[in-house]
Design a protein around this ligand. Structure first.
Ligand code: MLT
Ligand code: ZN
Length: 457
């Protein structure tokens, strides 16, 4: 039995709990196929606390599961085997803005939206953005290298991390990157920690780059019949305007958000819809492209936002899909291929899914402009969860064979966690996985950092 009293001595008794409700709440993310069963939950206030926690866990041979906003979708923050949950919800302060560097240093538990607001309030912009902005935390974004909706123009979380403070699985504190733009002194360990899903150590602080605020976003929304037309529309916009987002949803997704009360923006019902956003001065050019793709019949119908409120309403059709479908407990996949392979991948994947799931609803949506598509299979009401999950896992192998054939990834942005662990080899070679295991051994020789996630020892 782990000695929780000595842990309470490290973090203070007020920052440690075994309360059932708290364990249930903090021991899980948005994955709905597993039950949380953590030993306890601790709420460190400092890097020193985190270092003490790791040393305690090493001593006691207890696994550590980091917990940020708990909006993950691959089980990366699920504590299902008596682990200690380390929640960063009390390390949620924005510490220091350096105007000269256009950088901000913050604690790992800062909520994404709070960082975005802080940046805007100070004349800057933090552009990494996604629907879970109101609950996801910076530490979790770093742990999964979060992507989201503006990757086309602004890149991934990785591109905005200038420095990190991490506590490794051996209890060492490392300062990585230190905010330097140029630093040619060997391995950049910062990038190893970004996307490592807490398996090497815990991020306690981050220095994030900022940029200047864009012009107000303009949104164009179109009904489209097929994926070839979607990609031609993408090509037309991308070659003319620096678009910030190019998203898609199918008619089943549209039905999901409509059922939740969102008004359809177009009379035309079609198989697909695309949403294009730009935040540049090129509006006339964007409207010209819009007119051309309409005239050419690539888009069947369309609407252009005339106000920020209308732009936000159009975005809700895409961003509210996850929430609108939640009551169906969907089985989720989050795959990517190179943009040029999207139409052929989609045709192959859709054929497999339709063959294997003749009676299930298959919802497609996602960031088609960067090659990342989300597939949500809706659980038929009467089907028991376990049976549904097993059936979907079987189909996963067929879907991932298609992903592999097209040189893609089984997880574009949600991470491997627990749910994609059995399939890692569809995207990573045995040599790569062996190298990752060897790296884990260096940073976490006792295997206490987010154990069982990504790959087994
Ligand atoms: C999104 O793009 O909306 C998120 O990745 C969430 C999801 O896939 O459900
Ligand atoms: Zn996404």
């Amino acid at each position: 039995m782990a000695d929780l009293q000595s842990l309470a001595n490290v973090v203070g008794p007020e920052n440690l709990t075994v309360d059932d409700d708290v364990r249930h709440e903090f021991g899980r993310d948005w994955t709905r196929y597993m039950q949380p069963a953590p030993l306890a939950v601790t709420f460190p206030r400092s890097t020193e606390h985190v270092r003490g926690i790791v040393r305690w866990a090493r001593n006691e041979k207890v696994g550590i599961v980091p917990s940020g906003g708990r909006s993950g979708l691959s089980g990366g923050a699920m504590a299902i085997k008596g682990e200690l949950v380390v929640s960063f919800s009390k390390m949620n302060k924005i510490l220091e803005l350096s105007r000269g560097d256009a950088m901000v240093r913050c604690e790992a538990g800062v909520i994404t939206e709070n960082l975005q607001k802080f940046a805007l309030d100070h004349g800057f912009y933090y552009p990494v953005d996604f629907a879970a902005r109101g609950s996801s935390a910076i530490g979790g974004n770093i742990a999964t290298n979060a992507g989201g909706i503006k990757v086309l123009r602004y890149g991934l979380t990785r591109d905005w991390v200038a420095g990190l403070t991490v506590v490794t699985g051996t209890g060492e504190v490392l300062e990585l990157g230190k905010g330097l733009i140029k630093n040619a002194t060997g391995y950049d360990l910062r990038h190893l920690f970004i996307g490592s899903e807490g398996t090497l150590g815990l991020v306690t602080h981050a220095t994030m780059r900022l940029t200047r605020p864009p012009l107000p976003q303009r949104v164009l929304f179109m009904a489209v019949n097929d994926t070839e037309s979607i990609m031609k529309i993408f090509d037309a916009f991308r070659s003319s305007v620096a678009i910030s987002a190019f998203e898609t949803l199918n008619e089943d997704a549209m039905q999901g958000v409509s059922a939740k009360g969102l008004k359809r923006p177009l009379e035309t019902v079609s198989r697909w819809y695309v949403l294009v956003e730009h935040d540049t001065a090129d509006n006339d050019r964007a409207l010209e492209v819009f007119q051309t793709v309409m005239n050419e019949g690539l888009a069947l119908d369309g609407v252009v936002s005339e106000s920020s409120a209308q732009a936000a309403a159009l975005w809700r059709l895409r961003e509210d899909i996850t929430e609108a479908l939640a009551h169906h407990t969907p089985y989720k996949n989050d795959v990517s291929v190179m943009v040029s392979r999207v139409p052929s991948f989609l045709a192959d994947a859709d054929a497999v899914l339709k063959r294997e799931y003749p009676t299930y609803t298959i919802v497609w949506f996602g960031h088609i402009g960067d090659g990342n598509l989300h597939i949500s299979i809706l659980k038929p009401k009467e089907l028991p969860m376990e049976q549904f999950y097993k059936a979907c896992q079987k189909v996963d192998t067929m879907l991932f064979e298609v992903v592999q054939k097209h040189g893609g990834s089984i997880s574009a942005e949600h991470g491997v966690g627990l749910t994609k662990k059995p399939f890692l080899s569809y995207t990573r070679s045995p040599e790569e996985i062996a190298t990752m295991r060897a790296l884990k051994q260096v940073f976490d020789p006792d295997g206490i950092m987010n154990p069982g996630k990504m790959f087994d020892p």
